[in-house]
Design a protein. Sequence first.
Length: 568
Amino acid sequence: MMRVSRLYAPTLRETPAEAEIPSHQLMLRAGMIRKAAGGIYSYLPLALRILKKIEAIVREEMNEIDAQELLMPIIQPAEIWQETGRWDVYGDEMFRLCDRHKRNFCLGPTHEEMITTLVRGDVRSYRQLPLTLYQIQNKYRDEIRPRFGLMRGREFIMKDAYSFDRDEAGLTANYNKMYTAYTNVFTRCGLNFRPVEADSGAIGGSGSHEFMVIAESGEASIVYCPACDYGANVEKAELHTIVPQQEEMLPLDIIDTPKMKTIEAISAYLNIAPQKTIKAMAYQNENGLVIALVRGDHEVNEIKLINALGCIDLTLANEEAIAEAMQSAAGFIGPIGLQEVMIVADSTVMEMYNAVCGANLPDKHYIHVNPSRDFKPNKVIDIRLIQENDPCPHCGHPVKMARGIEVGQVFKLHTKYSQALQATYLDEKGKETPMVMGCYGIGVSRTMAAAIEQHNDEHGIIWPVPIAPYHTVIIPINSKDEAQMQLAETVCKALNQENVEAILDDRNERAGVKFKDADLIGYPLKIVIGPKTLQEQVFEVKVRRTGEVIFLSLENYVSEIQNLLKSL
Ligand SMILES: [Zn+2]
């Protein structure tokens, strides 16, 4: 029987100053993790129990779709990374090391190279496909600024899976199975999440979904439709071009707008809606200055702009660069008459009538700007960020925004790695064909932190039952009272025998201290054994999530507790 007096969970009264977000603060305070170095943590017994539970759910769902578990080395030779060219591309995020013979290795940030070179050695025939393999293991990324505890660590636990198929149809089938398995994993962990369409980013390939746990502290902005199942990372979200009502095009004119440098100022000054203005943002990349145009009430989606320009780097231009390239002042930039500067316009801008924009002269704006008539951008594409209440790209219903924590991602890799690494098989006709691959990750340690971000209050953590370190703590009000202690032990034993994980707080502490620690650690239930229990054969059960108090009789309580846990 586990006793709190023996439990290695050193709780803290004060919130450590270095911790910024609830999961980091609460895991330190609840004695679940301790920092070894920036972004590198020890998992203490309570945290390890939670991780093991998440891993067990992941394993069950992976085995359910016939994925087979294996374990690959953490230390990977440089050669396989050189074959795909990622040894150089990965940059400073990769932990590199050298053995005594001066051979280069890295600590695996991911395992596409390792698994593909493994499989190419053994899989030769179409009869050996499809094949899906996974592992649960530490991963390493030397983040420039590790922070937020387990949320952005340099060492973290991941489940990574890889599928190998004969063709695209096989990949799609495997991708869909994995998508369903991920949905089951996060549902079973008790998390409120949404799968969203994602940018496939540096890993390559097209077709990807991220699984986002909805939480205020999330780093990602997502957009979702309450009417259909559409969801996307805002950077990826598809957009409709907004076409306003047609107007008669008035002649272009220039007016004085002293010190009116912002959209708000110019709108107020001219008494027009921001939708009638054009916002010009000046950026700088390796090729020079870029002017991005969006409607006054919209923001630039910099990811889409970077993709459209095909550039590596993009930063906002400073005042000097703007002055030098355009003889203009920030706040009065506009596209009309601009020479030798790249202009990228959002497609909604090109539909506007009689709009207002900067005139590239201090304290001057153009009015009655009709983009289709008055200037010619180098590119017209969707570069605005989707906003709340924009029409859903699938069904037209107004979309909603939320913040999310990415806990899983599924990718279609197609033949990116199998081609680079010559992972081929012989098809039915004996023809050498590259395997078609997918890769699928779940951040296991991050899922634990995300669960806390979503489930906490001012007293501490509120674990969803399926991943709680223990289901219930049993608290004798007075540990010096032998009768209370004996009864508490009996109850604890009885529950554990029926697979209700109970821990006994036998410490010689005031009841208030025990309650506080229990709330901080976040056990779903507290069972209180006091003088009343002995007199009336009734004990009190407190539900952590709702604060509800339930009285149970000493007869038949095990099944009552089991039912209560199921209902949470
Ligand atoms: Zn919709």
